[in-house]
Design a protein around this ligand. Structure first.
Ligand code: GAL
Length: 692
């Protein structure tokens, strides 16, 4: 039995009122570093520093009554922890953590470095962030520091060290969050110097940089690294702009690791270290950021309050892919946000749906943001569990229902992870390179990715999203919607996957450029064109759709490529109809068998119905079958498997009940399942017998 379990049972024995459902959780011995926490954490961001201490007990009691077992604290409280330079005050935090413990809460501590105190930025203004136009940030908001500032990093290391020394062996502290949603880069002098050092390390010599960026263009030639300007936008060489993203990725990763390195030796190995990230954030390479973190965590907000379950699910799958492991949902909204153009609240039932969706996609924690709005401060309009009077908001019973269900289902969920036979490749380089030169204003790489993902997820009922370098052997089908930047090693690994019997599908714009954003000398798909036995003769931005006819038929819009087969065994699956145009009669989709595997190239952005037909045939060819046959598109199906278990989760995102044809061996385990149907906005879960 782990420490947490021991402490929880002791608390129960002492009559401290651990939530009943939590106390029943068996906390099975798990083969992970985090052996002593419940399989599912449910909780909230709590800011004790913002409230009188007399209120803490009431808040914690209400949290417990809501079914919460976890609080995340401290991530913006630097001015309370260190009111003056070098003078630390953790007494209040000691008391807050002790109070949380008395109520049976697990604690995640955030390092407060997203919000440097006024004394720091006043005395050391050089730590302040400078934007691309040269304007220096001031105090009063957050994230107003430079990610490259050595002095700022010293302060970060110090506060992180103090926290780790004090709470690193506290059994209630199950995890650590570094900073909060890192992101905006800085253009101050230290950042410029770091940029030059980065380029030197990447290219070795300035001649190599000149070669890779083709700087003979417009007299861009550099004689030394220190001549290279630091830019994120504007009319710059695409090689420079892509390397800017690489630089930002490396700098943020190192910024986070600066704190991790200080904390690791001071905290128990069972506690995780993570950072919380934002949805589809293009700021830095999240695969790189997570290499030396223990798990991924992210903040899922439905900006307009109208969830598109498939698109949201894709983001969960991407986060799972950062470490190819279950993750934490570190923040989600109790109803609404406060930063959308219209901050519409989710409909009744949807907060619960979104929590279960996260779990179905691999979340082992669901934490709400936030507990209660403060009297003032920038976020008083945001959704919260309590109102300003300290009493529950109308959303509280739904959250309590969710928390109770998740805690009840925790023993079933323990040691399971989302199952999938299909993987999609997400490449930050490709996303950035497309965004830098879209060639068609509507070629939004995330929309293009999601259009591929949608029918695959709906039909296959499980898709993993992974980096192009990931080990793909376990997947029957691998789809890379727009793998524009493709390196030689990536191409080799993909070829090996196909030769070993895998089915690889490349979408438009794939294999066009290398990782300095330079065109490959051969036509698309560049280093994979020999394997495909075909090449893209020309690409076209479309202002009107063109027809697609063949094994799938319908329309293509925005983008279309004319593919020329070269090898004799290449099969043309569909051609264009484009009377009087360049594309008329030209191949749009080609495929080639390679042993038991295959490589397919889809040259056009297909409309949703055509994409759905294509997904059906790709899944059939790869032998992928859904767990539940004939599910309504409003019904999200997910399977979590592991530890000898298989669990089916069905979430009805629709406004009416939907029939669910249970697979053989499925046994209802909980939720809104009656008369063969899942209720409107309902959730139901079932055991499916033993894992394969
Ligand atoms: C997140 C942030 C939180 C809070 C929340 C409101 O991005 O991490 O601190 O601001 O948004 O939606």
């Amino acid at each position: 039995m782990g420490l947490w379990a021991g402490r929880a049972l002791l608390a129960v024995a002492l009559g401290m009122g651990i939530p009943a459902a939590l106390a029943q959780t068996r906390f099975p011995e798990r083969a992970t570093a985090f052996a002593d926490k419940p399989a599912v954490a449910v909780g909230v961001a709590w800011y004790p520093e913002q409230w009188p201490e007399e209120r803490w007990e009431t808040d914690l009691r209400l949290m417990r009554e809501t079914g919460f077992n976890t609080v995340r604290i401290a991530e913006f409280a630097w001015s309370r922890m260190e009111p003056e330079e070098g003078r630390f005050d953790f007494a209040w935090l000691d008391r807050a953590i002790a109070a949380a413990k008395r109520h049976g809460m697990m604690v995640v501590i955030g390092t407060p470095t997203a919000a440097p105190p006024a004394w720091l930025t006043q005395k050391y203004p050089e730590v302040l962030r400078v934007d691309e136009n040269g304007a220096r940030a001031g105090h009063g908001g957050r994230r107003h520091f430079s990610f490259a500032s050595a002095r700022y990093r010293d302060f970060c290391r110090q506060i992180a060290t103090e926290l780790a020394k004090r709470y690193g062996h506290d059994p209630a502290v199950v995890g650590w969050q570094i900073d909060n949603e890192v992101g905006p880069p800085s253009f101050d002098e230290e950042s410029v110097a770091a940029w030059h050092a980065f380029l030197q390390k990447r290219y070795g010599t300035v001649d190599e940089l000149n070669r890779r960026w083709t700087t003979e263009y417009w007299s861009q030639h550099y004689n030394s690294f220190d001549q290279v300007p630091l830019h994120a936008t504007g009319q710059q060489n695409p090689g420079l702009l892509l390397d800017f993203k690489h630089f930002v990725s490396a700098t943020w990763t190192d910024y986070v690791q600066n704190q991790v390195r200080a904390m690791r030796p001071l905290i128990d190995a069972r506690a995780f270290i993570t950072t919380n990230t934002m949805f589809w954030n293009a700021g830095f390479d999240h695969f790189q950021m997570h290499q030396d973190l223990d798990l991924a965590a992210w903040d899922n907000y439905i900006q307009e309050g109208r969830p598109d379950w498939v698109a949201n699910g894709a983001n969960h799958d991407l986060v799972r892919g950062y470490k190819q492991h279950n993750f934490w949902l570190m923040e989600t909204q109790p109803g609404r946000v406060d930063w959308a153009p219209v901050n519409r609240a989710l409909d009744p039932g949807q907060v619960r749906e979104m929590a279960w969706q996260a779990v179905a996609h691999g979340a082992d924690a669901v934490l709400y943001w936030q507990w209660r709005p403060t009297a003032n401060g920038q976020e008083t309009y945001h959704g919260a569990v309590l109102g300003q009077d300290g009493q529950p908001n109308p959303i509280q019973p739904e959250i309590a229902h969710t928390a109770t269900d998740l805690t009840r289902a925790a023993p079933l969920l323990a040691d399971t992870a989302p199952a999938a036979d299909v993987a999609m490749l997400f490449s930050y380089d490709s996303r950035w390179a497309i965004d830098l030169q879209r060639h068609h204003k509507d070629f939004d790489p995330i929309k293009a990715f999601t259009d591929f993902y949608r029918p695959l997820r709906v039909q296959a009922q499980g898709v993993h999203i992974v980096a192009p370098e990931a080990d793909l052997a376990r997947y029957r089908l691998v789809v890379a919607p727009n793998l524009m930047v493709l390196t030689e090693p990536q191409a080799k690994a993909l070829e090996a996957y196909v030769r070993a019997g895998g089915h690889l599908v490349l979408g438009p714009r794939s294999g066009m450029r290398d990782d300095a954003d330079a065109l490959w000398p051969q036509r698309q798909p560049g280093p994979l064109s020999n394997l495909l036995g075909a090449r893209v003769a020309q690409y076209y931005a479309l202002d009107e759709s063109v027809g697609i006819t063949g094994a799938v038929s319908g329309k293509a819009a925005i983008w279309a490529e004319d593919i020329t087969p070269v090898a004799r065994d290449v099969q043309v699956l569909a051609t264009y109809t484009d009377k009087g145009g360049w594309l008329d009669g030209k191949p749009a989709i080609v495929t080639r068998k390679v042993g038991r595997g295959s490589i397919t190239y889809v040259g056009a952005w297909l409309d949703p119905a055509t994409m759905a037909q294509l997904a059906t045939s790709l899944l059939a060819d790869a032998g992928v079958t859904p767990t539940v046959a004939g599910a309504d598109p409003d019904l999200e199906i997910g399977v979590r498997a592991g530890g000898g278990k298989r669990l089916l989760i069905a979430i009805n995102h629709g406004k009416t009940a939907h029939a669910l044809a249970l697979p053989a061996g499925a046994t209802p385990a909980g939720g809104d399942w009656a008369d063969g149907q899942v209720a409107a906005h309902g959730v139901a879960w079932f055991t499916l017998g033993r894992d394969k």
